[in-house]
Design a protein around this ligand. Structure first.
Ligand code: KG4
Ligand code: ZN
Length: 343
């Protein structure tokens, strides 16, 4: 059997994710059940306060085959020729040098194993993380996608039908967490560090500004970041925990408020969380509570399905394969790929 001829139809998809600083690979069955999911974070960036693109690509290059081997092995498959239906790989958006490592590995293994490749948009991958959860999502849904590079409200009529109804006009929510953390002397990634500090702080200590309360579904976080920095400089005696808690509260409040407003406006039946900032406990709790009050379903994926992982790429790949077939082997890395764009 030749390439692209679906030699196996067993629903097993290998998902490869290398768009940023996580080398992540998973084997997923039927787009819903992860048989293995390996995530290797790159500690090398911690001292730089952000991801260094050149280093990210080199770290992926060193680890990618080991991580693939581990994911294949943990799923009970044979590395020399695993029976797979397809290899799904992130093609963008992300860092060019980082994406290229995953794409090259996927193409090489595709030839070696005679298995088709499916290129996956990283953002669509995040939206498919909800498919890996026990609770099925009810459509139409408004999904809050909050990561290090993106903050958007996406109206999902059904899988594959997306409309971005709002997004950040400046910094992404995760970027704001990372920048504020860096200023406060905390390490990268800043989100988990701020969350840890915030546990011991008072969320009502300072009322930082909530921007764009204008009825739109767009966000702005750069003014908030500046307000936090200015306050901290003027009040060096104030405990970092109180600043972290007050900042986190401002971000969570505006994210949840706009998500609920969008759900009402567009008649959504449920709201869902996606992306790394979705790992934030306060955000998870407040979103679920507010949805419950409004009689909406709430899909809050496990923390490890919110942050970058290979299983979400495999889940989105299963959908792409079924509806659009495999990708051409000429696919490459597309650093600025948009959510609505397909290759
Ligand atoms: O989705 P993701 O893993 O990678 C991107 O596609 O960007 O998101 C990473 C972002 C980082 O900015 C990180 O600080 C943030 O998610 N993050 C968090 C938490 N865990 C990760 N932000 C707030 N609270 C957290 N617990
Ligand atoms: Zn991501």
């Amino acid at each position: 059997m030749g390439l692209n001829s679906y030699p196996v139809a067993n629903g097993l998809i290998l998902g490869i994710e290398t768009s940023c600083d996580e080398t992540a690979v998973a084997v997923v069955k039927d787009g819903t059940t992860a048989l293995s999911s390996i995530i290797r974070s790159q500690e090398i960036h911690a001292d730089f306060g952000g991801v260094v693109p050149e280093l990210a690509g080199r770290e992926h290059e060193k680890r990618i085959l080991t991580v693939i081997k581990q994911a294949i092995g943990e799923a009970g498959l044979e590395m020399h020729r695993p029976k797979l239906e397809a290899i799904a790989v992130t093609i963008g958006p992300g860092l060019a040098g980082a994406l290229m490592v995953g794409v090259a590995a996927a193409k090489g293994l595709s030839l070696a194993w005679d298995v088709p490749v499916v290129g996956v948009n990283h953002l669509e991958g995040h939206l498919f993380a909800v498919r890996l959860e026990a609770e099925p999502i009810i459509y139409p849904a408004v999904m809050l996608l909050v990561s290090g590079g993106h903050t958007m409200l996406v109206l999902v009529e059904k899988p594959g039908r997306y409309r971005i109804v709002g997004q950040s006009l400046d910094d992404a929510a995760g970027e704001a967490f990372d920048k504020v953390a860096r200023f406060l002397g905390l390490s990268y990634p800043g989100g988990p560090e701020i969350e840890r500090e915030a546990e011991f702080g008072d969320p009502a200590f300072v009322r930082f500004p909530r921007a764009l309360r204008d009825g739109s579904f767009n966000f702005s976080f750069s003014g908030l970041k500046t307000a936090v920095v200015t306050f901290a400089k003027k009040n060096p005696q104030v405990d970092i925990a109180d600043i972290a808690a007050s900042f986190q509260e401002a971000v969570v409040e505006i994210l949840v408020e706009k998500t609920m407003n969008a759900a009402k406006e567009f008649g959504a039946k449920s709201v869902a969380l996606a992306g790394g900032v979705g790992a934030n406990t306060r955000l998870r709790t407040v979103l679920a509570e507010r949805a419950h009050e409004l009689g909406l379903g709430a899909c809050v994926p496990s923390r490890s399905n919110c942050t970058d992982n290979g299983a979400m790429i495999a889940a989105a790949g299963a959908f792409r394969l079924e509806n659009f077939g495999p990708s051409d082997l000429s696919i490459g890395a597309y650093p600025s790929l948009h959510l609505e764009e397909s290759i």
